[in-house]
Design a protein around this ligand. Structure first.
Ligand SMILES: *Cc1c(COP(=O)(O)O)cnc(C)c1O
Ligand code: SF4
Length: 467
């Protein structure tokens, strides 16, 4: 009774009591993901020392000054790196199956005082001294995108969705590209499949999509939709929105990660995309942007401005990363990436275990590494911002949750997946990189007869289990 009426009521006392912290205070370093790089960081690069902010934010300047020749790239690095590094990179490009294209923005984000360890350098500039021999079971179009293509540049693998590749150029060329069979120009190592912009080819793709009532979801990729003109973005978007069967589409671009300037200053392009999204919304059809950040260093204050602009326009952005050795293959880096993506309103969607691609064995990691990292990432933030770790099953099985293998032998590095809704009855094998296996296992992989034994063993075990 007195407790209620007295001025020193228990309610007040409780309010004045210090809060009891059940969780220990966080180490401020774990909040570092919020500190985005800002300022005129590009001026450290001699070639951009005189470039002001307005110029650096100009997408046309970025595109025009993107470097597409090895000698020019190496020339831009003169004075920043040692002659040994230049030689190493020169030799690396000679052996790489990818074309070269690096934006000034990307180049400026690389720490050239420590180029061997820089996670962005690793993705864009090959060095011969770090290259490793390919896995014996690797072939160039390991995902069989061409085998599942009814029309060149249109892959129909899954029941209700298709992948449309309207063109074969990108704002940058990544070493790890899954589509190195098509993307970019021919290199010393590889002659590519041609997927040029072509009205005729695009019309055939539209006809096919319209003729298949089960197709509801179209991924528009490439190459990269950053390279499409504004009018082409609208043409493709509207052609697909006009089809009653199409309910969802995604425009896929690496662009925001390598040239966020375009979203800020290419008004025609950004407005065209916005109009497609808005028209879609009125038709109750989802149109979103998919992008591809791999490392927290790729997200700067410029990125944040670009993503905020899309947020204000109601554009939803999802991210797909590729797990790469020495780039993002640690729980700390991947968690920081996921948190930083969330911080700029990009939703982490997938992390891919690196595809079996030629010439980048040094970048691959094992399924075991993916599972280990996933365990640490999950729980660190909202579930809807937690990416699914997937293996894109070689041979056309499609994306499988990395955990869902029928069998996984960490000793031989063979994992076996099934895809009952995609290719029922088939088994798909993924192969961990040899450099992560024991010396004994590596020796077995050197012998073709032993390779067969290991694979048959894994398949046999998987067949026993599969349901
Ligand atoms: C990745 C992909 C898709 C889209 O798959 P989601 O799991 O829905 O993101 C569609 N078609 C092909 C061929 C693909 O590789
Ligand atoms: S931007 Fe995408 S398609 Fe182009 S090279 Fe990089 S990974 Fe490949």
């Amino acid at each position: 009774m007195s407790a209620v009426t007295s001025p020193a009521s228990p309610l007040k006392v409780i309010g004045n009591e210090p809060i009891v912290h059940k969780k220990p205070p966080v180490d401020p370093a774990t909040l570092e993901y919020r500190n985005l790089r800002s300022g005129e960081f590009w001026r450290k690069i001699p070639a951009y020392a005189e470039v002001g902010e307005a110029q650096f934010l100009d997408h046309a300047w970025q595109a025009k000054h993107s470097i597409t020749r090895v000698d020019k790239l190496l020339a831009a690095l003169q004075g920043l790196v040692t002659p040994e590094f230049v030689k190493d990179a020169e030799e690396g490009f000679k052996r790489a199956p990818m074309s070269v294209r690096v934006s000034p923005y990307m180049l400026s984000l690389i720490d050239w005082s420590d180029p061997y360890r820089d996670p962005l350098r690793i993705q864009f500039v090959p060095v011969a001294s770090r290259l490793l021999a390919d896995h014996p079971k690797l072939d160039l179009d390991s995902l069989h995108e061409q085998a599942d293509a009814p029309v060149p540049g249109l892959t129909h693998r899954y029941p209700d969705k298709a992948l449309f590749l309207p063109l074969d150029t990108c704002p940058v060329y990544c070493r790890f590209c899954t589509r190195s069979y098509a993307v970019g120009v021919d290199t010393e190592e590889v002659e590519k499949v041609q997927l040029k912009v072509s009205d005729e080819r695009w019309k055939r793709a539209y006809e096919y999509i319209a003729s298949r009532p089960e197709l509801e979801d179209i991924v528009i990729s490439g190459g990269d939709v950053y390279q499409l003109r504004a009018t082409q973005i609208e043409e493709i978007g509207n052609a697909l929105l006009d089809m009653p069967n199409v309910r969802r589409m995604r425009f896929a671009t690496k662009g925001p990660a390598v040239m966020p300037q375009k979203i800020l200053t290419d008004d025609a392009w950004t407005d065209a995309l916005t109009r497609v999204v808005e028209r879609g919304r009125k038709l109750h059809k989802e149109v979103v942007l998919h992008t591809h950040f791999n490392h927290p260093n790729e997200i700067t204050e410029i990125t944040q401005r670009a993503m905020s602009k899309l947020m204000e326009r109601g554009l939803f952005v999802r991210n797909q990363s590729v797990l790469q050795r020495d780039v993002n293959d640690s729980p700390e880096t991947m968690t920081r990436l996921v948190k930083r993506l969330g911080h700029v309103n990009v939703h982490p969607y997938y992390v891919y275990v690196h595809d079996l691609v030629r010439g980048v064995e040094d970048l691959r990691t094992s399924v075991d590494t993916a599972l280990h990292i996933e365990k640490h990432v999950r729980g660190s933030t909202a579930g809807f911002n937690t990416p699914t770790f997937v293996v894109d099953a070689p041979g056309g099985g499609g994306k499988r949750d990395a955990h869902s293998y029928e069998y996984y032998d960490r000793e031989t590095g063979i994992s076996v997946y099934t895809a009952p809704s995609v290719k029922p009855g088939q088994h798909f094998m993924y192969f961990d990189p040899l450099h992560q296996l024991s010396t004994a296992a590596q020796r077995r992989w050197a012998d073709p007869a032993e390779q067969e034994v290991m694979m048959q063993m894994a398949l046999g075990k998987a067949r026993e289990r599969a349901r």
